[in-house]
Design a protein around this ligand. Structure first.
Ligand SMILES: [Zn+2]
Length: 333
């Protein structure tokens, strides 16, 4: 899956190599939006030869690395990494050959293997992801219509659920997952709007949806945890808006995103797949004009999953899985 995103992300640039081939780009520095610039000062016309030391450009962006190499009289060749995009989330040069410090003749080719920014749409626009950590420290029992103009009223924000063994709160564990998800998405170049970064907020579900609308989000991701009277229930599910006129325009895209998120999270943490579910009754969906999905990361009523979700390591795996699902959806657009 990571390789597919890599290939898709490079299709707009004639100067960028695919994972299976390399192209030599003498003196033309490629960028991911398809523009390029040439450095005329080192146009390969030198008739004298001399020895240069290869500078260390690992970790730098391809553009900066290319400029440094060109300034040293070297020729730049780029190659897209075939590493999965979420095992390496930073942009930049991962490997260079020859290695830093090698002494080579001027004009020699230096090959840069790099990771493109997967969070950019074709044309270079960052994808916009709104991340909504479910609930908040204190519920708000005041009522709001379940959807625009509805006579059916629901609490603005319900109390989240609580771990049956650890006592961990859904609002704080979902926030921890959401904050890490933000960091992963930012690292691949997406724009991220957080509905909240603190427990001490009072933001109703309709207001949360409006944040997604105003951000013109490509996707809204709502992070939650489940609870059941049956303590044996375990696993991951995703909800998507469905079954009423308010959400008719976003149902198909949201369903696709829900399936991708559930698949990716199940794969990331090895949890049980519970299947995706369309919901007509969630205010946070009914006010949304942009595709939205609620990922239910596991059951706080299950002793094993409760303990897992209190662990930072497990929450990081969950976040990475959600991010992989989000990116799979965005790259399919
Ligand atoms: Zn919840």
């Amino acid at each position: 899956m990571g390789v597919a995103w890599v290939l898709a992300s490079t299709s707009s640039s004639p100067h960028v190599a695919t994972a299976s081939a390399t192209v030599t780009v003498p003196l033309a520095l490629s960028s991911q939006d398809g523009t390029s610039s040439a450095d005329a000062s080192s146009a390969g016309l030198a008739t004298t030869t001399f020895e240069v030391e290869v500078p260390d450009v690992q970790g730098k962006t391809v553009r900066v690395a290319g400029a440094l190499l060109a300034a040293s009289g070297l020729t730049v060749q780029t190659r897209v990494s075939d590493v999965n995009g979420f095992s390496v989330v930073r942009e930049g040069v991962l490997k260079q050959w020859p290695a830093p410090g090698a002494r080579v003749q001027n004009g020699s080719v230096v090959t840069l293997t790099y990771q493109p920014l997967l969070g950019l749409a074709s044309g270079g626009r960052p994808f916009v992801v709104v991340v909504d950590a479910g609930h908040q420290a204190k519920p708000d029992p005041a009522l709001e219509p379940q959807g625009p103009g509805s006579k059916l009223m629901k609490p603005k924000v319900s109390a989240g659920v609580v771990g049956v063994v650890t006592g961990g709160r859904e609002s704080s564990e979902s926030l921890a997952i959401a904050l890490h998800l933000r960091d992963v998405l930012l690292a691949v170049g997406a724009d991220v709007v957080m509905v909240r970064t603190s427990e001490s907020v009072d933001i109703s579900n309709s207001e949360r949806a409006r944040i997604g609308n105003e951000a013109h989000a490509d996707l809204v991701v709502r992070v939650h945890q489940s609870f059941s009277p049956d303590g044996s229930l375990a696993g991951v599910t995703a909800f998507y808006p469905s079954g009423n006129a308010w959400v008719a325009g976003i149902e198909a895209a949201s369903k696709d995103a829900a399936q991708r998120l559930e698949d990716a999270v199940v794969q990331a943490v090895g949890a049980k797949r519970r299947g995706i579910v369309g919901r007509a009754d969630l205010s946070g969906f009914n006010y949304s004009q942009v595709p939205a999905v609620m990922i239910e990361c596991g059951y706080l009523s299950n002793r094993v999953e409760d303990a897992q979700m209190s662990s930072e390591v497990y929450r990081t795996k969950l976040s990475n899985g959600i991010a992989a699902g989000v990116m799979g959806y965005l790259r399919s657009l």
